[in-house]
Design a protein around this ligand. Structure first.
Ligand code: NAD
Length: 328
């Protein structure tokens, strides 16, 4: 089966050639999927897409007209897919629901530690032979209250690490996790989580309900100097409201692995380009902001699981069987 892989980087090709079924005929394109690039998937029965590919109704309609019958997402989130349109067009969409949630959880906690202990500054200082400690004062994680919004696979893996540090955990989710409660986490309404938490970390999906969950109102309820971490999806945060909260010192630390306009920036080397996103560039001016370019998932273990499960989804479709990972 011919599969056109959009947004394909060298590391994607390496992972598929190591771990995917060799019978699948992958054609790699560096380009993102969009209305302009959809024709490049001609003759493919399936395409493989990633987080910033455009899977809106017009693109899906064009894919279907070319004979594409299956979309294999090589990610967990599917907020970029118009599932109703895919269903109506008879296109199957499958994803990789779980791949090493620890990869994202460990990056999340890594961001907390880096911001708290100012490792990003210390790294540069020591390279400059500057061994002064002024400005590097941190706080103990032990005993701090961390609010987790979303306690699915990644939220739960993050919770386990933080419990090891001796943090108090306040959680919010549509469903309570019995195991987390047994471990000592407490589920609370969002206002209580906002008011009590020293650190707030987002692990819920981007849906119409969670879009701009972090906004002027929710920020107003948080502690002064709060640490906010988002490794989930950029659209959970109203970035302009967050910039104002950084300026007023309401937010003391901000860690982002995702950004609402990341599709124009992330996964590319733009170091020779002029970036005209003034909101993003303003974020980079704050000394207490740490941004990574959607790399939380990027471990050897996760890449192995992503390519194996994507391959299994494609093979199941080709055989006419169910993988269990179908969204429609
Ligand atoms: P999951 O489905 O296992 O868990 C999501 C949890 O969020 C569920 O428990 C769900 O009930 C909860 N939830 C849904 N709506 C909510 C709401 N309105 N309020 C509170 N909780 C709500 O998903 P996961 O595997 O833990 O992934 C979480 C998110 O992380 C994904 O949606 C994806 O966007 C993001 N992600 C990011 C990366 C990265 O590299 N940065 C990698 C993988 C996933």
């Amino acid at each position: 089966m011919k599969v056109t892989v959009y947004s394909a980087k060298k590391y994607d090709q390496q992972a598929f050639s190591r771990w995917a079924d060799p019978k699948l005929d992958f054609h790699y394109l560096e380009l993102k999927l969009s209305e302009e690039t959809v024709s490049l998937a001609a003759d493919s029965a399936a395409i493989c897409a990633f987080v910033n590919d455009d899977l809106s109704a017009p693109v899906l309609t064009a894919l279907q007209a070319q004979g594409v019958r299956m979309i294999a997402l090589r990610c967990a989130g599917f907020n970029n897919v118009d599932l109703d349109a895919a269903k109506a067009l008879g296109i199957q969409v499958a994803r990789v629901p779980a791949y090493s949630p620890e990869a994202v959880a460990e990056h999340t906690v890594g961001m907390m530690l880096a911001l708290n202990r100012k490792l990003h500054k210390a790294y540069n200082r020591v390279r400059d032979d500057n061994f002064a400690l002024d400005g590097l004062l941190g706080f103990n994680m032990h005993g701090k209250t961390v609010g987790l919004i979303g306690t699915g696979r990644i939220g739960k893996a993050t919770a386990r690490i933080l419990l090891g540090f001796g943090c108090t955990l306040l959680c919010h989710d549509l469903y309570e996790d019995a195991e987390l409660k047994q471990l000592g986490a407490r589920y609370v309404p969002l206002p209580e989580l906002y008011q009590q938490s020293h650190i707030i970390s987002l692990h819920c999906p981007l849906t119409p309900e969670t879009r701009y969950l972090i906004n002027v109102d929710s920020l107003a309820q948080m502690k002064e100097n709060v640490m906010l971490i988002n490794t989930s999806r950029g659209g959970l945060i109203d970035t302009k409201a967050v910039i104002n909260a950084l300026k007023s010192r309401k937010i003391g630390y901000l860690g982002l692995d995702v950004y609402e306009q990341e599709a124009d920036l992330f996964f590319e080397n733009l170091s020779e380009m002029v970036i005209d996103d003034d909101v993003f560039k303003r974020l980079l001016t704050f000394p207490n902001v740490l941004i990574t370019g959607h790399q939380a998932f990027f471990t050897e273990e996760a890449m192995q699981q992503i390519s194996q499960i994507t391959s299994d989804n494609l093979v199941a479709f080709d055989k006419g069987t169910a993988s269990g990972n179908e969204l429609c």
